[in-house]
Design a protein around this ligand. Structure first.
Ligand code: AQP
Length: 330
């Protein structure tokens, strides 16, 4: 069975609609056909300075939301990145195969360091740790949003380079990026991706928000001055984004929606998108809160996932250490 692997950072309390539609929905789907590994990327989250208690809380919250969104911890291996020391071990080896200029070309680092106040070395080497996350599990496919494409390309390059230098050792992973859902845009600034680090949160749909607040944000989404409901990302980014969200959650296509809304107003579309989103997030929120009410049980689930993940990661790191010439521990 091919293996699927992906992770998300616990850098906010709530996942947003982009994380959900662009990634989590696909993770859940891939459980049907793949051997699935999903993790909370708490080591990556250290690149953003966070209160330690808050980071712990968000790590559990993020795992709870994976489960609430449909990740089945019996079927999938669900774990916390820092519980598996092999991620950082492989990351070091890979960083020694990464050219400085290659890392320096990563656009996410450029964007974040241009904006940010906390440009640390961890943020710079982030894509190398991400490559280790993927390669340490021999992942075949990595379900992510469009924003991760360049990082995945680096993972592929590093796996290929390792294999070329040391002989066949690592699986070269393929991105799994669904064109229709890979880029959910900010509701107020629909030419930019929905992101938890946006300047204001008026265009961000956080899944754990009060459903009434979510509905209000969607009804206030920026559109355009025409009247026609039609998918056109260049001239109608706001309407196109609403159509994408609607289609992803209601299981229809954008084409069907265009026909369904022919001759109708933007207000109708917004109201329906709000309804579809609220219908989805209400049980999601309830289930997340329920899971968070029993931390011991959640920790037990994550410990079980870590045991299963470690087995795979240990075997990979042994192979890698041997290949590069590190002396075996007696
Ligand atoms: N707007 C989006 N549309 C589709 N997919 C998205 N993803 C993120 N935003 C969108 C996907 O969600 C997963 C989360 O990965 P992460 O934890 O690394 O999140 P992130 O990239 O830090 O999340 P944000 O909100 O995008 O934060 P910023 O902007 O602060 O970096 C990934 O699969 C990602 O592609």
């Amino acid at each position: 069975t091919p293996r699927s692997l992906s992770g998300m950072q616990p850098t906010s309390d709530s996942l947003h609609l982009g994380n959900y539609i662009g990634a989590l929905v696909e993770w859940v789907r891939l459980q049907e056909t793949h051997d699935a590994f999903y993790f909370v990327a708490d080591l990556h989250a250290l690149t953003v300075a966070t209160d330690p208690e808050l980071l712990r809380r968000r790590t559990r919250l993020t795992a709870a939301q994976f489960i609430a969104g449909g990740v089945d911890p019996e079927r999938s291996v669900l774990f916390v990145q820092s519980h598996i020391s092999q991620h950082t071990e492989l990351s070091w080896v890979l960083s020694c195969l990464t050219a400085f200029g290659e890392a320096n070309r990563m656009t996410q680092f450029k964007d974040k360091s241009a904006k940010g106040t906390n440009t640390n070395v961890g943020l710079f080497t982030y894509p190398v740790l991400q490559a280790a996350d993927i390669l340490v599990y021999d992942a075949d496919v990595v379900p992510v949003g469009e924003d991760q494409r360049q990082h995945l390309e680096l993972s592929r390059d590093l796996a290929g380079r390792f294999n070329q230098r040391f002989g066949d050792t690592l699986v070269v992973p393929s991105p799994h990026i669904m064109k229709a859902t890979a880029k959910i845009q900010d509701l107020q600034e629909p030419t930019a991706k929905m992101s938890k680090s946006a300047a204001t949160d008026t265009g961000l749909v956080s899944l754990l928000d009060e459903p009434s607040r979510i509905a209000k944000k969607i009804r206030s989404a920026v559109t355009d001055t025409e009247r026609e409901i039609r998918f056109d990302e260049d001239s109608k980014p706001g309407i196109s984004n609403l159509l994408s969200i609607h289609a992803a959650l209601s299981g229809t296509t954008v084409g069907d929606l265009e026909r369904q809304y022919a001759g109708r107003g933007y207000g109708d579309l917004k109201k329906d998108v709000a309804d579809v989103v609220v219908e989805r997030v209400t049980p999601f929120r309830d289930r997340t809160l329920e899971l968070m009410s029993d931390e011991a049980e959640l920790d037990r689930v994550l410990a079980d996932g870590a045991d299963r993940a470690r087995e795979v990661a240990e075997a990979t790191i042994r192979r890698v250490y041997d290949k590069v010439g590190l002396l075996r521990r007696p």
